[in-house]
Design a protein around this ligand. Structure first.
Ligand code: GN1
Ligand code: MG
Length: 368
């Protein structure tokens, strides 16, 4: 089915004038759709949910419906006492009141509102930008702090369960393709060594959870810098986007994932590893923004695991990229065959940079 025909099923006013690729997501396919009538224009986000990654797209949409309804209502209630107009995308329904349509291949398509006059950067631009990212994530956690986690379905079983990623890596290692790739590349062998030296790290949050030091709450799951929208007029943070992975989880995972993205201004695709460093000034700014919003729900047990989460998340993402490289690039979208290997090297370099700065990062965290 033609995409423009499929879009006809959604309840949108005006005529579709253009449809263009949008953003740099590694998983879903995303487009900007512009509709016009005589007086006005509507810009919307159109997405095909990657069913290789999300086994039950219907669950994603049902979760998104519940989560956005809860947050929209709370945003309305808190509007008068808020220092800004926080935003959150809304699902555009089909003509018969559904949240998505299926195409001839069985793929799910959805339309959501675009956050207007806002932009998301692929890398942190400044300390002010990092602070805004912290405020947006902290506010997002606040918005969902009274949402009942038992009402959502697990969007992605095993997501951010680091010991399971380690197991998946071990399984892939036994395949011929992995052996061939390791044989052919010194960089790949270096990555394997890096992982072998840190296997214990994979359990750090899982163990804290077992001890009861930290508990599951609603989290975003993918709070990287380009999922945080910044208002172009005020330079203030205004929304979290990409809500597919919102589910019960550990706030430490969101915290570590946001920082591995924000404090690496070289970005995830840098090929010159000398440029990849954990930037403590950006970390300080992010924490200032985050803690101002999160102070009321952070416990001492939560705080005690923050350094470990900063170290763990680049390790976990590097492990995921490297496993995908060894498996033949089946999960993350790639433009060239070595891209996942390079992405893994970047995350492992970042992890080393964090380890080298452990004392000063811990001192920085203790100052909040
Ligand atoms: C994926 O699609 P995107 O770019 O928002 C991934 C994240 C990774 C990120 C790394 C569902 O997110 O976990 O941190 O790539 N999302 C999923 O760029 O696996
Ligand atoms: Mg995502």
């Amino acid at each position: 089915m033609e995409l423009s025909l499929l879009l006809g099923e959604f309840a949108v006013d005006g005529r579709l004038v253009t449809l263009q690729p949008l953003g740099n997501g590694n998983v879903n396919d995303t487009f900007l759709a512009v509709y016009r009538n005589t007086f006005t224009e509507t810009q919307l986000v159109v997405q095909r949910i990657n069913s290789n990654v999300f086994p039950v797209p219907e669950a994603i949409m049902s979760n998104m419906h519940k989560i956005t309804s809860h947050c929209h209502a709370k945003l309305q209630r808190e509007m008068d006492s808020s220092d800004r107009v926080w935003q959150m995308p809304r699902i555009v329904q089909t003509n018969d009141g559904k949240d998505f349509v299926k195409d001839d291949n069985g793929d799910c398509w959805r339309v959501i509102t675009l956050i207007p006059s806002a932009t998301a950067h692929d890398r942190a631009q400044s300390a002010e930008h990092a602070l805004e990212c912290g405020s947006v994530l902290g506010h997002f956690h606040h918005l969902l702090s009274d949402f009942d986690p038992s009402t959502v379905q697990d969007p992605l079983p095993g997501f951010h369960v680091t010991p399971l990623y380690l197991k998946a890596y071990d399984d892939v290692l036994s395949r011929d393709l992995a052996a061939a790739r390791l044989d052919a590349s010194m960089e790949a062998r270096r990555c394997a060594k890096f992982i072998a030296q840190r296997r214990g790290l994979a359990n750090v949050l899982a163990d804290a959870e077992k001890r009861g030091d930290i508990v599951r709450r609603m989290v975003h799951g993918d709070p990287k810098v380009n999922n945080i929208m910044i208002d172009v007029f005020t330079a203030k943070g205004t929304a979290m986007i990409d809500l597919d992975t919102v589910a019960p989880g550990l706030v430490q995972v969101d915290f570590g994932d946001a920082l591995r993205s924000i404090c690496n201004p070289a970005g995830e695709e840098e090929t010159n590893l000398a440029k990849v460093k954990f930037d403590e000034d950006l970390c300080h700014a992010f924490c200032k923004g985050y803690m101002a919003e999160a102070a009321d729900f952070m416990t001492d047990g939560d705080r005690a695991m923050l350094y470990d989460s900063i170290r763990l998340l680049p390790f976990e993402l590097g492990l995921r990229f490297f496993t995908d490289y060894l498996a033949g690039n089946v999960y993350f979208k790639t433009r060239h065959p070595e891209q996942n290997l390079n992405r893994a090297r970047v995350q492992f370099r970042l992890c080393e940079s964090i380890e080298a700065r452990e004392r000063s990062i811990r001192a920085l965290l203790d100052s909040f």
